[in-house]
Ligand binder design. Structure first.
Ligand SMILES: *[C@@H]1O[C@H](CO)[C@@H](O)[C@H](O)[C@H]1NC(C)=O
Ligand SMILES: *[C@@H]1O[C@H](CO)[C@@H](O)[C@H](O)[C@H]1NC(C)=O
Ligand SMILES: *[C@@H]1O[C@H](CO)[C@@H](O)[C@H](O)[C@H]1NC(C)=O
Ligand SMILES: *[C@@H]1O[C@H](CO)[C@@H](O)[C@H](O)[C@H]1NC(C)=O
Ligand SMILES: *[C@@H]1O[C@H](CO)[C@@H](O)[C@H](O)[C@H]1NC(C)=O
Ligand SMILES: *[C@@H]1O[C@H](CO)[C@@H](O)[C@H](O)[C@H]1NC(C)=O
Length: 454
């Protein structure tokens, strides 16, 4: 298991076509282009809309704790050492997962299936491994077993992938040349932590009849994984800007995803380094710059400039904090003052009474008895970015549920509280949008799309 690579292994691209008409081709190239399948984490669980909303709200709250500013620097999604882990915020139901969309891929030769949360808010790619010597959460797939893979290799602590771990994740003293294994501790601000060894293996990405295999990708083999996991994920796929993330390791110039309805079960693709057909539709693509964030937040996050929010006729200013796009967050999360202004504008403009609920923390309105099938009118919610406008369809910010026999319509936004200055654009607001992260040009583009057909 010992080896000596001093550079990130050159990603060799191996295209395996299972179509009889095509002969298998081996292509070597610098960057790998892959297509992955994505499903919502709660797909097929038979949860009610109320349960879905509650789970999403709880996950969002837990997650928002990662992006607090002014609480001792980069405590957020940057790896933290165990001593610095923040407790899960109060109000979070224990055991509620903080996952949203799962990507499916295979690790090893022959490939063993894993399903990882797509997380643009972190970098490490990891899955639970066998033998799980300390603590693994239950998962529906078998744990990844390195002994069954002919291409698996451990990484020594003086290799560059190991050095790419933040110092706080890579706490061991490393004796160069000793061949000492690369161990890691990677924490998430919601209190979840994975510990294990950084290894390399071949990843297989299946799309239709074609499988793309990329050798030598670094990933964490987690053997002590605790926190808010406990869902159908087997680990997390970091899609951040850091060197260990999946897009960085694949040297992808861009990636895109398109989230199908959160309440649906239809899968959709993640494209890495592939021409997204964003520009072929004819509709206007919106594009905004990806910026640098403040030193207090991890540089691997995707920062955008949100210049304003409008609720019908009311304009709300967004304060001085940063805005990030995080696929690990369910509902868009706003600092308390911004949230209050948005909620107040809804209360002023919706001609229904506010529904005070003990089971839903969002702002809800009572829907009059004969709803007649048509959801009640609400003002338009528009997010104004630098150079781009996200004119949200109603279904991307309102949520209809039954609460204690009362029909209500609720605003799918999270109040992150007074301690937070960061706005987090979450998945609920990105449903049915094709979102392209252009890493070469540092832009984020989006376009309404029917995601199960992208
Ligand atoms: C969990 O994942 C497994 C393996 O992909 C799948 O067969 C199963 O349907 C999933 N269960 C739920 C509840 O989503
Ligand atoms: C990340 O990769 C770049 C380019 O490959 C390299 O210059 C940089 O030192 C790496 N950063 C870390 C922390 O390894
Ligand atoms: C496993 O993880 C938990 C939580 O991070 C930690 O308290 C414990 O010390 C770890 N155990 C080992 C053996 O590393
Ligand atoms: C994404 O990157 C690939 C590979 O470099 C390129 O062919 C494609 O045009 C890019 N897509 C977009 C939308 O920029
Ligand atoms: C809901 O709560 C608010 C503030 O606590 C209160 O002003 C309002 O009257 C309550 N509405 C109903 C219908 O109970
Ligand atoms: C990216 O930048 C290059 C060079 O500046 C430009 O030619 C290209 O059109 C840009 N692509 C997009 C999608 O904006």
């Amino acid at each position: 298991m010992m080896h000596n690579k001093h550079n990130l292994p050159q990603a060799a691209l191996l295209l395996v076509a299972s179509l009889a008409a095509l002969s298998a081709a081996i292509v070597s190239c610098d960057a790998a282009a892959v297509r992955l399948q994505l499903v919502h984490t709660d797909a097929g669980r038979g949860l009610s809309r109320l349960e879905l909303l509650q789970r999403m709200a709880a996950r969002t709250k837990a997650r928002a704790a990662r992006f607090l500013t002014g609480t001792g620097g980069s405590s957020a999604s940057a790896p933290v050492t165990p001593g610095e882990i923040q407790p899960a915020p109060s109000g979070v139901v224990p055991g509620v997962p903080d996952t949203e969309y799962l990507v499916h891929l295979g690790i090893g030769t022959p490939p063993q299936p894993v399903q990882l949360t797509l997380d643009t808010g972190s970098d490490l790619v990891w899955t639970q491994c066998q033998p799980c010597t300390v603590a693994c959460f239950p998962q529906s797939l078998p744990y990844f077993d390195p002994s069954l893979s002919s291409t698996f290799a451990g990484l020594a602590c003086d290799t560059s992938p190991c050095q790419a771990l933040a110092p706080s994740s890579n706490s061991q003293a490393c004796a160069p040349g000793s061949g000492q294994a690369c161990s890691y501790t990677y924490g998430y601000g919601d209190g979840s932590v994975t510990m294990g060894f950084l290894d390399t293996d071949t990843f297989s990405f299946a799309a239709g009849d074609t499988t793309t295999a990329v050798s030598g990708l670094a990933f964490g083999c987690g053997v002590n994984n605790t926190g808010i996991f406990k869902s159908n994920e087997t680990g997390i796929a970091g899609f951040g800007r850091g060197n260990l993330s999946l897009p960085s390791q694949l040297k992808a110039d861009n990636f895109s995803y398109c989230f199908t309805d959160i309440t649906g079960t239809a899968p959709s693709p993640v494209l890495l380094g592939l021409p997204a057909n964003l520009y072929s539709v004819g509709a206007a693509v919106q594009t905004t710059p990806l910026n640098h964030g403040p030193p207090s937040l991890p540089s691997s996050l995707y920062f955008v400039s949100l210049t304003g929010i409008s609720v019908g006729s009311t304009s709300v200013t967004t304060g001085g904090g940063s805005t990030i796009v995080d696929s690990g967050t369910g509902m868009t999360s706003l600092p308390q003052d911004v949230y209050a202004a948005v909620a107040d504008a809804f209360v002023q403009q919706v001609s229904l009474s506010v529904h005070n609920s003990t089971s839903i923390s969002q702002l809800c309105f009572t829907v009059p008895a004969p709803a007649g099938g048509q959801p009640p009118d609400v003002p338009k919610l528009v997010l104004q970015f630098d150079g781009a406008t996200l004119d949200l369809p109603r279904a991307s910010y309102m949520f209809e549920v039954e609460d204690n026999g009362v029909s209500v319509t609720c605003l799918a936004l999270n109040n992150a509280g007074a301690a937070s200055e960061t706005i987090v654009i979450g998945n609920y607001q990105q449903q049915n949008l094709h979102v392209l992260f252009d890493l070469a040009n540092n832009t984020l583009s989006f376009l309404p799309a029917q995601c199960d057909q992208v």
